[in-house]
Design a protein around this ligand. Structure first.
Ligand code: ATP
Ligand code: MG
Ligand code: FE
Length: 332
C-alpha cells in the first residue's frame, strides 16, 4: 500500500511517500523566517506551512515516481505541536483524503519519532527502551509494541534540545543553536569546565539548573575577560555538551538496569548530536546493549516517520474520521 505522510507540527513542512513500509521520498522544507527572531514564531510558522505544503506534496509524489491515484491513504501529524502549524497539515490531509476517496490516518508525533526505527534495518525487537530527545520533549519510553508505549521518565522543565538551543543563545550563537554547539564541541575539551549534574529522582530529567549555571558562568567570566567567549567557545560547547550527554546516559543506564531491557534506541532531533551518538555506542559496548541510532535525516522532524507509523496503523485498519482535529498536547 502507498501512504502519503504529512508532518507540520513545528517549523518543518515535510511530506513523504511510503510503499509497503519502504520510504520512496521524504521532502523537508525548512523555514528560515524564524532565524531573525531567535526562535520559532508560531504565526509565521503556520503561514509558511500554507505556502510550502502544496509544492512539498507535488515534490514528494514526483520523487517517489508515483501518481496521485496510486495513493491508498493520507497520514498526518495530529499532535503534539503548535496548533496553527498542525492545523495546516491536518486540514490539507483531510481535504486530500476526501478528494482521493482514501482513508485518513492520524499520527502522534512522539510515537513517530520512535517508530522512525522501523524505516531501516536493523530494527529493535519489542520491548525496547527509547530515549526520545527533541526540541520540546525528553522522554524515556518502554516500547512494548508499535502503539503500546509506556512513559518511564521525562523532563520536569526544559527539554534536552532546549538546553542546547538556550546554551547557544547564551553563547551568542545564532538560532537554531543545537547543531552549532555540536560542531564547536568537536574541536573542544569536554573536561575544560565543570557544569553541575542535577539530582532528580527516578527516571525524570531537569535541564533548567544547567541553563542558569551556564548563564552565571558566562557572565562572571566575561566580567573578568571580555573576550572569554571567543577564546573558549569550543571548550565551553564541549563541556556543556558532555554534561547534557552524561545526564541523558545516566538515566538511560538506570532505566536499562531497572527494566532489564538491553535493546536501547535514541530518537528525536538531539539524537543527531555526535556526542550523544558516540556515548550511546560506548555504553552499548560496555554494557552489552544492542543499540539503535537513526540515520541523521530521521532524527529531526520529517514525514518519513509519519508515513511509517501510519503504515502500521493501516495494517490494523486504524483510520481517522473527517471530524478529527489537531491536538497541541497529546500524550504517547
Ligand atoms: P518535538 O519533537 O518535541 O515536538 P521538535 O519537533 O521541534 O520538538 P526536533 O525537530 O525533533 O524537535 O528536534 C529539534 C531539536 O534538536 C532542536 O532543539 C535542535 O537544536 C536539536 N538538535 C538538532 N541537531 C542537533 C545536534 N547535532 N546537537 C544537538 N542538538 C541538536
Ligand atoms: Mg524544527
Ligand atoms: Fe519532533
Amino acid at each position: 500500500c502507498v501512504i502519503l505522510g504529512i508532518e507540520s507540527s513545528c517549523d518543518e513542512t515535510s511530506v513523504a511517500v511510503c510503499d509497503n513500509g519502504s520510504i520512496l521520498s521524504n521532502i523537508i522544507a525548512g523555514q528560515h523566517v524564524h532565524e531573525a527572531y531567535g526562535g520559532v514564531v508560531p504565526e509565521l510558522a503556520s503561514r509558511a506551512h500554507q505556502q510550502n505544503i502544496i509544492p512539498a506534496v507535488h515534490q514528494a509524489i514526483k520523487k517517489a515516481k508515483i501518481s496521485k491515484k496510486d495513493i491508498n491513504a493520507v497520514a498526518f501529524t495530529r499532535g503534539p505541536g503548535l496548533l496553527g502549524s498542525l492545523l495546516v497539515g491536518t486540514s490539507f490531509a483531510k481535504a486530500f483524503a476526501l478528494g482521493l476517496k482514501v482513508p485518513l490516518i492520524e499520527v502522534n508525533h512522539m510515537q513517530a519519532h520512535i517508530l522512525a526505527h522501523f524505516i531501516d534495518e536493523p530494527r529493535p525487537a519489542f520491548p525496547f527502551l527509547c530515549l526520545t530527545v527533541s526540541g520540546g520533549h525528553t522522554q524515556i519510553v518502554k516500547v512494548n509494541d508499535y502503539f503500546e508505549m509506556e512513559l518511564l521518565g521525562q523532563t520536569l522543565d526544559d527539554a534536552a534540545g532546549e538546553a542546547f538551543d538556550k546554551t547557544a543563545k547564551i553563547l551568542g550563537l545564532p538560532y537554531p543553536g543545537g547543531p552549532l554547539v555540536d560542531r564547536y564541541a568537536r574541536e573542544g575539551n569536554p573536561d575544560a569546565f565543570k557544569f553541575p549534574e542535577p539530582s532528580v529522582p527516578g527516571l525524570d530529567f531537569s535541564f533548567s539548573g544547567l541553563k542558569t549555571s551556564i548563564l552565571y558562568f558566562v557572565r562572571d567570566h566575561i566580567h573578568k575577560n571580555p573576550s572569554f567567549l571567543e577564546e573558549n567557545m569550543a571548550d565551553i560547547c564541549a563541556s556543556v555538551q558532555s554534561r547534557i550527554v552524561s545526564i541523558l546516559l545516566n538515566k538511560l543506564k538506570k532505566a536499562s538496569g531497572e527494566t532489564g531491557i538491553t535493546q536501547v534506541a535514541i530518537a528525536g532531533g538531539v539524537s543527531a548530536n555526535s556526542g550523544l551518538r558516540d556515548a550511546v555506542q560506548e555504553a552499548g559496548k560496555a554494557l552489552g546493549w544492542e543499540i539503535f541510532i537513526p540515520r541523521l535525516e530521521y532524527c529531526t522532524d520529517n514525514a518519513a516517520m509519519i508515513a511509517i507509523a501510519a503504515y502500521y496503523k493501516y495494517l490494523k485498519g486504524d483510520f481517522a474520521g473527517q471530524d478529527v482535529s489537531p491536538l497541541a498536547r497529546w500524550s504517547l
